[in-house]
Ligand binder design. Structure first.
Ligand SMILES: [Zn+2]
Length: 154
C-alpha cells in the first residue's frame, strides 16, 4: 500500500533509519555544456531526516516496490524527473544488515530541468568534483566514493 514504508527502524549496526522496508534513491549524472560531469543533488529541507544536508532524491520503499520502483517514484515526486528521461546504468546496495539503501545510478542526456517539492530547499546540478565540499547526508557521504566510481564507468 502506498506509504506503508514510512517510519523509523533500526539496522544491525544500531543506526536509526527512515523506511521500514529499506530506502532507495536516484543518482542522476550528466555532462554539462563544457563536458564536465555533474550530479543532481538535493538540499534536504530542515524538517526531514538528517535535514539541512545535501543528498540524493529518494526515500522509503513501500512493501510492494522494488528498489528501482521506489527510487524512480521518489525522484519523480521530488524533482519532476521521470524514469523515461534517464538511462539506468547501475545500482549500489548499501547493506546495513536487516536494512538497506539502494542507490540507482542513471545517466541523463543533458542537465534536465527540475522542479522542487516541499522536501527540498534546493535542487542543483553540482559539479562532481565539488560534491564532497557540500555538507552531506551521512548515508550519502559513506557511499559517495563508490557511487562516483560507478557513475564514471556508466
Ligand atoms: Zn545502518
Amino acid at each position: 500500500m502506498h506509504g506503508d514504508g514510512n517510519g523509523w527502524t533500526w539496522c544491525a549496526h544500531g543506526h536509526r533509519h527512515w523506511g521500514v522496508h529499506g530506502a532507495a534513491g536516484l543518482m542522476v549524472r550528466s555532462l554539462d555544456a563544457h563536458g564536465e560531469p555533474r550530479i543532481l543533488m538535493q538540499h534536504r529541507a530542515s524538517w526531514t531526516a538528517h535535514g539541512d544536508t545535501w543528498g540524493l532524491p529518494g526515500g522509503a520503499r513501500d512493501s510492494h516496490e522494488s528498489p528501482h520502483e521506489a527510487a524512480l517514484r521518489e525522484a519523480a515526486e521530488e524533482t519532476g524527473i521521470v524514469g523515461g528521461s534517464v538511462q539506468l546504468v547501475d545500482e549500489l546496495v548499501d547493506d546495513h544488515g536487516g536494512w538497506s539503501y539502494v542507490t540507482v545510478v542513471a545517466q541523463a542526456p543533458h542537465l534536465l530541468a527540475v522542479r522542487l517539492n516541499a522536501e527540498s530547499e534546493a535542487l542543483r546540478w553540482v559539479r562532481e568534483a565539488l560534491v564532497d565540499q557540500l555538507r552531506l547526508h551521512p548515508g550519502f557521504a559513506r557511499t559517495w566514493p563508490r557511487l562516483r566510481a560507478l557513475g564514471r564507468a556508466g
